[in-house]
Design a protein around this ligand. Structure first.
Ligand SMILES: *[C@@H]1O[C@H](CO)[C@@H](O)[C@H](O)[C@H]1NC(C)=O
Ligand SMILES: *[C@@H]1O[C@H](CO)[C@@H](O)[C@H](O)[C@H]1NC(C)=O
Ligand SMILES: *[C@@H]1O[C@H](CO)[C@@H](O)[C@H](O)[C@H]1NC(C)=O
Length: 347
């Protein structure tokens, strides 16, 4: 899902402008072959988390006494993160495998995948959420179109600084003549450490507002997009560096069929496996981003940062949302009697 359609002429000027931005602003750290030993730390579980096969595979396990978890050594501020997971098989009811990005402190940001287990033969639920400044309540849940316990599948988070700016109708901007669309992606605001900021106004056309803030995908198919509507007052996670975390734990008080189905400990230990981690990302290191203006234009690998959904991906997103989405906070009117959150109205 990394590359968007090169053929669309509408996006041609977009590409040119964003290319300029890339060359100017950013050199991404490109992580080489997966090495869990180098990139991650098993942080809890007393031996239940293991790095295997020369650092290429990591497994977490859960039994009655404890679950386990790991975190990345690096902190990141924006990136595309791909990880292959094979989830707990058989009767996984009550177990939750979480895979997420999070910052720290009381006003933390977080981008979540959680995989809620189920009875044998019943579908896993993929639970997603986005926290900004310590507040979540943005759940969307999905079933998958395959059995996630039979083989490894790729789960990706794309997290970019792109911002959607809704162009007021009567106020011609500098590019007004060529700006038919009402939505543009604007003001890419990269924090370059120690308070210095690089503000690049990448004023680009985006026909249907397809520009991304962040997205979740499965095997390259986008399942959820959370656009950056910060300019409209919706907080977006773009100021706090985050680490990658994962854990496998027992949540049988709520996870499966509302907590009615409990973990069957006779099936323990439960195991989830990870491999082929890939980060194309800006690493946050001693208060500065590895994506800096001073670096040479070595990286066309920064395509991730300017990713836009092409029409095929957009179709796929709609397909997932139509057939596989099982919960969307944006349609839960009972939950928000005062009105839906503003991000729902803009999306
Ligand atoms: C992975 O990283 C560790 C620690 O940096 C290193 O000792 C090991 O040789 C690396 N393994 C591979 C396969 O490169
Ligand atoms: C582990 O990786 C290192 C570095 O790539 C390599 O030299 C070594 O042969 C590997 N060992 C095994 C058992 O694959
Ligand atoms: C488990 O399976 C049941 C029955 O098919 C389904 O209603 C539920 O959404 C599934 N997922 C969870 C986490 O309970």
């Amino acid at each position: 899902m990394q590359s968007s359609s090169p053929s669309s002429s509408i996006f041609f000027p977009v590409k040119m402008m964003l290319l300029a931005f890339v060359l100017l602003a950013c050199s991404t750290m490109l992580v080489s072959a997966t090495n869990f030993t180098r990139d991650f730390d098993i942080t809890w579980g007393d031996g239940r988390g293991k790095i295997r096969k020369n650092g290429t595979v990591l497994t977490l396990s859960l039994d009655r006494a404890s679950g386990s978890g790991f975190q990345s050594n690096n902190e990141y501020l924006f990136g595309q993160f791909d990880m292959q997971l094979k989830l707990v098989r058989g009767n996984s009811a009550g177990t939750v495998t979480a895979y997420y990005l999070s910052s720290q402190g009381p006003t933390w940001d977080e981008i979540d995948f959680e995989f809620l287990g189920n009875l044998s033969g019943e579908p896993y639920t993929v639970h997603t959420n986005v926290f900004t400044e310590g507040k979540g309540n943005r759940e969307q849940q999905f079933y998958l179109w395959f059995d996630p316990t039979k083989a490894f599948h790729t789960y990706s988070i794309l997290w970019t600084p792109q911002q959607i700016v809704v162009q007021p109708q009567n106020e011609p901007g500098p590019c007004a003549s060529q700006m038919k669309p009402q939505i543009r992606v604007g003001l890419i605001d990269l924090v370059l450490g120690l308070g210095s900021k690089l503000n690049l106004e990448a004023r680009v056309e985006s026909e249907a507002g397809l520009g991304l803030g962040l997205s979740f995908s499965v095997d390259g198919i986008p399942i959820r997009v959370f656009k950056n509507f910060e300019s409209m007052g919706v907080p977006f996670p773009n100021k706090q560096p985050m680490r990658i975390y994962s854990s496998l734990w027992n949540a049988d008080d709520w996870a499966t069929q509302g907590g009615r189905i409990k973990t069957d400990w006779t099936k323990a230990p439960f195991t989830a496996a990870y491999r082929k981690f890939r980060a194309r990302a800006c690493v946050w290191y001693f208060g500065a981003s590895s994506c800096t203006a001073s670096k040479s234009p070595s990286s066309l690998s920064n395509e991730w940062m300017n990713h836009e959904l092409d029409s095929t991906s957009h179709e796929k997103l709609r397909w997932v949302q139509k057939y596989y989405m099982i919960y969307n906070y944006c349609t839960d009117l009972n939950r928000f009697p005062q009105g839906l959150p503003p991000d729902c109205k803009l999306a």
